[in-house]
Design a protein around this ligand. Structure first.
Ligand code: COI
Length: 356
């Protein structure tokens, strides 16, 4: 069992009350988890200490070559006061998949889970309970060697910070407008698209700003080679309901393997719906939108949960999905996923992990 030293803050911050609108990712709790890695010694000095700025050399490798991995998951408080995390095993597994791709040393799964549980347990008073809120958990690893040559670092910091959050999009559950990007690309197969790392997100910024200027919330990426096949939205994976079938792009190395994506696939299958994980071309989507076969579109993500899409824009055409409102299946998925997360719907899949 990981031995974690606890240094309690002497200056606790006020915990936001239910009147606080909780914008995504702006408030951080009193403590953070930190563990160091040194080549030859492995991961060491696990501690939970006051949330505070950290000190790094300006030459630290993460600043120059972006060797870093991050994750995102959430904790919830149930009506009867239990604390639940949703599928942390999947985030831990993905974190180590990303670590391998990024030449970052893996974190022992059990230690990772102990660190998550212990920090959430200490900070449980920060878990908001108002509808649509949760405690967002952000684990990350950074390369810390002071060195300007290009190679994997020999030292790292693994940290976990916590943030009480509301909806990721200001729209909440109201449908978002999505811009299908045909100029910039996010990732290519063989690159780092399926790893959760900052580089994939900085690659998205120019297109995101272009989309924002046009009144769109997010960018839907096409494949980096032919710019023909749908990939993902960047902050979420994407699903389509076409003629009664649930369709989502198959994982291909450049798409992030989302935990909520997997959850949607598993839930839809359990409801007896036909589900296809396959290539989806933008032409197929255009055609389905034009003929009315495109019944629903939604995004899935930890931060975004289930986010209905009301409009898609491709080149100069704008397609309204259904009546532009929340689709029936999107609503059912949202209610079921959040119901399981909050302990209101029976967790027959064993997805939730209680923090005691
Ligand atoms: C998440 O959904 O947890 C993510 O990491 C996406 C991020 C852009 C907020």
């Amino acid at each position: 069992m990981l031995d974690i030293k606890f240094i309690k803050t002497e200056n606790p911050k006020p915990i936001p009350g239910p009147e606080n609108p909780l914008v995504f990712g702006t408030i951080f709790t009193d403590h953070m988890f930190v563990m160091d890695y040194t080549e030859g010694q492995g991961w060491h000095d696990a501690r939970i200490e006051p949330y505070a700025p950290i000190s790094l050399e300006p030459s630290a490798m993460v600043f120059h070559y972006g060797q870093e991995m991050f994750e995102g998951l959430k904790a919830y408080k149930t009506e009867d006061g239990r604390i639940l995390m949703f599928r942390p095993d999947k985030n831990i597994e993905r974190a180590n998949n990303s670590n391998r791709r990024l030449m970052i040393p893996e974190i022992p799964e059990e230690d990772f889970l102990t660190a998550l549980k212990e920090l959430v347990r200490i900070e449980q008073a920060w878990i908001p309970t108002k509808e649509g809120t949760s405690l967002y958990i952000r684990p990350f690893v950074i390369a810390t060697d002071p060195f300007l040559g290009v190679r994997p670092s020999y030292t790292y910091k693994f940290m976990i910070i916590l943030s009480p959050v509301g909806a990721y999009y200001p729209e909440g559950l109201n449908p978002v407008k999505i811009w299908i990007e045909d100029e910039y690309v996010r990732a290519v197969r063989g690159g780092i698209g399926e790893a959760k790392t900052g580089g994939n997100y900085v690659a998205s910024l120019a297109a995101q700003m272009k989309a924002h200027e046009e009144g769109y919330s997010q960018v839907l990426w096409l494949d980096g080679v032919e710019r023909k096949y749908i990939e993902e939205v960047g902050a979420m994976n994407i699903f389509f309901k076409i003629n009664g079938t649930v369709v989502t792009p198959q994982l291909n190395g450049s798409i992030l393997p989302g935990v909520t994506r997997r959850t949607c696939v598993e839930l839809c299958k359990s409801w007896g719906l036909p589900v296809e994980e396959r290539k989806v071309s933008v032409d197929e989507l255009e055609e389905a939108a034009r003929t009315g076969a495109l019944e629903e579109v939604w995004g899935s993500g930890t931060a975004a949960v289930i986010s209905p899409v009301g409009h898609l824009r491709y080149e100069n055409e704008v397609f309204q999905i259904g009546d532009g409102g929340i689709g029936e299946l999107s609503q059912k998925l949202y209610d079921t996923v959040t119901g399981i997360q909050l302990g209101k719907v029976e967790d027959t899949f064993g997805w939730t992990v209680e923090v005691k």
